[in-house]
Design a protein around this ligand. Structure first.
Ligand code: MSP
Length: 655
């Protein structure tokens, strides 16, 4: 009988810096769901990968003096190593720089263009270079800066292709409000009110100001901009419009896309619109989680508050880290990361709770029966409640996993772990062990415990895949004893099961010592990030600046810099970059052409005073005469005109 397909995806990550624990959450969550589904007998396709194009990558590569591909290759390796370390068992890894993906993106772009959903226009607005985002005035923060990174934005404009969103607005609103697509559904109202009700804006889908992207096949100079490239990964990875793979029919539509809240809008509105435009079925569920925060802020490299999963894994084991992040994060809400919470959680749930249950049970079977249980039995009414709690746990976990509620599933399992530890207290096996006539009762108690551990450890295995096989070894369970179909019944272990004492599964952590050491590591990261940030904030440049050869004061005196006022400005025809300015220079006026059109609209300049190099030899730019040049600064956010205080009269000489 062929298995039912199940397709689950993480977002594809930007390989712009080293991966951190924030990136781990979605990947570990999807891995756990994928493993759970495989255990249930589904034919699972679990996809993850990297989103490798864009200006940020191009810039970072240039800073390092390597090509963008060389730059991403190195970081992609780090992501893959982390996934290996975290035991992520993905079925496919997509890189947006892979040829087959590029082919699909180009074909999708062309198909949408041919259908009339993509058209050519012009983009203008306030642009944040580090975030590669245009913002409207109302979206800027209280200082008029980028609402995401809070750095200055600059006016920019460029020719661009746009994707029409309005034809899909009604269907998308229904998708969000009338179906179970978005999880948790509470987020749908926010999306509908903020984006759909005010009228969906068309989406900019191509750029001309950078090269590191998928070229638009029918218009040289344009590269596909972010979302059509990134989102298409979910179908190119199955072979949609390419020959690399051939399982689109089998796996599409996706059962679960899991993402964090910052990219929810793209997956809840734009992705469905693209699929609608392509006449493709829509994904079944979009599961949205919050961020792992540190002191209330999203974990990020630039804040220095990143927690290195390798450091944590080395200290506590990768399963403890997986468990901790999964157990803390509820769908929809943020989860605050703290060393204290993590260590206490590991100690209470894993060391004292589950680990202790396993080691106590195995140790007693070893002590009282030499490791192999006798077959004589004596049951008690105490057993019934315990067994029913464990069996009920199976049903609850199954239900929660169907709803991608991992935290709740884990809570159920650990309630049953607590119940099992309580069962030991109730039945007092150490007393039974002293009384020869109670051997049958003791064997029953230990058997019930071992069989409960079989069920609970199998349910835990998708979340902690490295540890559970060690548990099975200790409790004498065979592989087939832990099959999914056997988790809803008691009495699967052989009656005369043999246990094997083994290593401690989760050693208890010395809380104070560990917290001190971890806090010191994080503080060091934050200090480093802080010192770097303040240097940038002060306008200091971290790297050494190469100055032009020295000149004398006489050399400088040859340059005539005068204050002038912009009377009018207009774009130079057939040029994206040039503005033609009419200036009052205190000498009868003059015309200057300046390459700032991508950063300033004409109205941003009119009435402002600037510095004019007044004795520069005239030139023609795009056929327009330019008599001099205005001073401007190169900044990380683009070109900025050096304006002059209004109190300085036009014509004043600057020296
Ligand atoms: N490349 C885009 C996604 C394209 S999907 C078609 C992107 N990449 S990202 O690397 O910046 O982020 C990927 C995911 O990691 C996002 O869902 C993001 O929110 C998540 N996280 C990054 N830091 C995080 C935390 N601190 N906590 C939880 N998730 C976090 O966006």
């Amino acid at each position: 009988m062929s298995k039912n397909p199940f397709y689950i995806t993480t977002p594809i990550y930007y390989p712009s810096g080293n991966p951190h624990i924030g990136h781990c959450y979605t990947t570990v969550a999807c891995d756990s769901i994928a493993r759970f589904k495989r255990m249930q007998g589904y034919d699972v396709m679990f996809l993850t990968g990297t989103d490798e194009h864009g200006l940020k990558i191009e810039q970072k590569a240039a800073e390092k003096g390597v090509t963008p591909k060389e730059f991403v290759d190195e970081i992609v390796e780090k992501f893959k190593n982390l996934w290996k370390y975290m035991n992520i068992d993905y079925d496919r890894y997509i890189r947006t720089t892979d040829d087959y993906h590029i082919e699909t993106v180009q074909k999708i772009f062309k198909a949408l263009y041919d259908k009339g959903y993509i058209y050519k226009g012009e983009y203008s607005g306030k642009y944040c270079t580090p975030c590669e985002s245009f913002w409207t005035d109302s979206q800027l923060d209280e200082n008029g800066c980028c609402p995401e990174c809070h750095r200055p934005v600059a006016f920019a404009r460029e020719e661009a292709y746009f994707f029409k969103m309005s034809p899909f607005a009604e269907r998308i609103e229904k998708l969000l409000t009338e179906t179970d697509y978005l999880r948790p559904k509470t987020r749908a109202t926010e999306l509908v009110n903020n984006f759909i009700k005010p009228g969906l804006e068309d989406l900019c889908v191509s750029r001309t100001t950078f090269k590191w992207g998928v070229p638009v096949t029918f218009d040289e100079g344009h590269v596909v901009y972010v979302w059509i490239d990134a989102l298409s990964n979910y179908i190119s990875a199955l072979g949609y419009m390419n020959d690399k793979y051939n399982d689109f029919e089998k796996y599409w539509a996706a059962d679960v896309h899991m993402v964090a809240k910052d990219i929810m809008r793209f997956h809840a509105i734009i992705w469905p619109a693209i699929l609608m435009a392509l006449d493709l079925p829509l994904p079944k569920h979009l599961a949205v989680h919050g961020w792992i925060t540190f002191n209330g802020e999203k974990m990020s490299k630039s804040l220095g508050n990143v927690v290195d999963p390798f450091v944590l894994g080395e200290r506590y084991g990768c399963d403890a880290i997986r468990y901790h992040i999964l157990r803390e994060m509820a769908l929809g809400a943020d989860s605050s990361f703290s060393n204290e919470i993590m260590i206490n959680r590991i100690n209470s749930d894993l060391a004292n709770g589950f680990g202790n249950l396993v080691s106590r049970t195995v140790a007693m079977a070893d002590k009282y029966f030499g490791g192999t249980l006798p077959t004589e039995r004596e049951s008690d009414s105490l057993d019934d409640d315990f067994k029913s709690v464990v069996l009920n746990t199976f049903a609850e976990v199954e239900k929660y996993m169907d709803e991608t509620k991992i935290k709740q599933a884990l809570e159920e399992i650990f309630k049953a772990v607590d119940r099992a530890n309580k069962y030991i207290d109730e039945t007092e096996p150490w007393k039974l062990g002293k009384d020869e006539s109670k051997k049958g009762r003791l064997a029953s108690v230990l058997y019930n415990l071992l069989d409960a551990i079989r069920i609970l450890s199998a349910l835990l295995s998708p979340f902690m895949p490295a540890t559970m096989p060690k548990v099975w070894e200790q409790i004498g369970a065979s592989k087939s004893d832990t099959e999914y179909s056997k988790l809803s019944v008691f009495g699967v272990l052989p009656e005369n099961v043999t246990v094997h004492k083994g290593e401690i599964l989760f050693p208890r952590i010395d809380v104070d010592k560990e917290i001190e050491e971890l806090n010191a590591i994080i503080q060091k990261n934050m200090d480093e990030a802080q010192s770097k940030l303040s240097a940038e904030e002060k306008g200091e440049t971290v790297e050494k600046i190469e100055l032009a050869p020295e000149i004398t004061i006489d050399d400088f005196a040859k340059v005539e810099i005068r204050v002038a006022k912009v009377i009018s400005a207009e774009k130079v025809k057939k040029s994206d970059k040039l503005l033609c300015l009419q200036l009052d220079d205190g000498m009868g006026g003059r015309q200057v052409v300046s390459g700032i059109a991508q950063y300033y609209a004409p109205e941003d300049l009119v009435g402002k005073k600037i510095q004019l190099i007044a004795n520069l030899k005239p030139v023609k730019l795009r056929g327009v005469d330019s008599f001099g040049m205005i001073c401007a600064a190169d900044t990380p956010d683009g070109i900025k005109v050096v304006f002059v205080d209004d109190s300085i009269p036009v014509g004043s000489k600057i020296r």
